[in-house]
Design a protein around this ligand. Structure first.
Ligand code: RIB
Ligand code: CA
Length: 313
């Protein structure tokens, strides 16, 4: 087997984060060097616990889980219990974790790992607000030239926003962190709402997880049954968008996605459009192209990959 691809998952579980973590842990091509939790969908004390719950569900209590930033760089924390439930992982009943949280701060783990591993060998997969990644870049600017790629879920343009008319949740919660990341010079792949809204957890797709007949399959179906209800009601669709697993699926099979290298700039001044990602999709400005922005997905291929890999856990 070719050398495993080394990744760090930065996350605010969240049901869709949970499925992304399961996809990573069910994929032998990947080596998950660590999981860093960030405040987002729910406060940090819950996101770090949820990350440990998911590692244990996957039978991987060996995975190192770290707690990172407790709030955004500048703005007060905004959470999303109305979407994810009070625990952030409502749906299945998952046992309290017994694996320990790492002592080291998540930001220090990111910096230390990037400075230790070979330059260009580690991919960072942010699935929540970008606070930890921004803090790592500020704490140790040298990591910017050592990160292979940042593949993140966040933003939206043609699709608009999901927390305000113009802003997607991860970017809205910490727009200043998003600005640090977008200006870092690190190669970025962005999975915005424009693509994640094409990956809907239809009843047939959720049933495929349940038919795995395993604890992971059952828990995943329960996670999605809970998670999708908010967006089904809002958008009137069969199923809700499965955002975060798009990040890990891209690392595994980039051919599932189509996009364009563009300039992406984030609004950090106007309250009206705070956190909006302005994507120069048509190249009408001379702003530097700083992100590969995905807009299309082979949704059936995406869900087939998910079922196959989660079936291995
Ligand atoms: O807007 C969707 C994003 O916000 C996803 O990462 C979801 O988990 C929430 O964090
Ligand atoms: Ca998330």
């Amino acid at each position: 087997m070719p050398e495993k691809r080394k990744i760090i998952i930065d996350t605010d579980p969240g049901q869709d984060d949970a499925v992304a973590i399961l996809l990573a842990l069910g994929s032998p091509e990947l080596e998950v060097l660590g999981i860093t939790a960030v405040a987002g969908n729910v406060p940090l004390n819950l996101t770090e616990k949820n990350a440990r719950k998911i590692c244990e569900l996957a039978g991987r209590p060996d995975v190192k889980v770290f707690a990172g930033a407790v709030r955004p760089l500048v703005r007060p924390l905004v959470t999303a219990e109305h979407v994810h439930g009070r625990t952030g992982l409502d749906g299945p009943v998952l046992p309290e974790p017994t694996m320990k949280l790492q002592e080291q701060h998540g930001v220090d783990f990111i910096v230390e790992t990037l400075m230790r591993e070979a330059p260009g060998s580690v991919t960072i997969c942010p699935l929540g607000p970008l606070t930890n990644v921004a803090l790592a870049l500020i704490r140790e600017p040298r990591i910017a030239t050592r990160i292979r790629e940042i593949v993140l879920m966040g933003g939206g343009f043609f699709e608009g926003g999901n927390v305000t008319p113009t802003a997607e949740f991860n970017i809205y919660v910490d727009p200043h962190a998003a600005e640090v990341v977008l200006r870092s010079g690190v190669p970025i792949v962005m999975m915005p709402l424009d693509v994640t809204h094409k990956a809907l957890t239809t009843a047939r797709r959720v049933e495929a997880f349940r038919r795995l007949g395993t604890p992971v399959g059952e828990a995943t179906a329960a996670l999605l049954d809970f998670f999708e209800r908010f967006d089904e009601e809002k958008y009137g669709t069969d199923g809700g968008p499965l955002h975060d697993p798009c990040v890990v699926a891209y690392v595994l099979k980039p051919e599932l996605f189509k996009g364009r290298h563009c300039n992406v700039t984030v609004e950090t001044a106007s309250e009206l459009t705070m956190g909006m990602t302005v994507v120069d999709w048509w190249g009408v400005t001379s702003r530097p192209k700083n992100a590969m922005v995905m807009r299309d997905i082979d949704a059936d291929g995406f869900f087939a990959l998910l079922v196959e890999r989660l079936g291995r856990l």
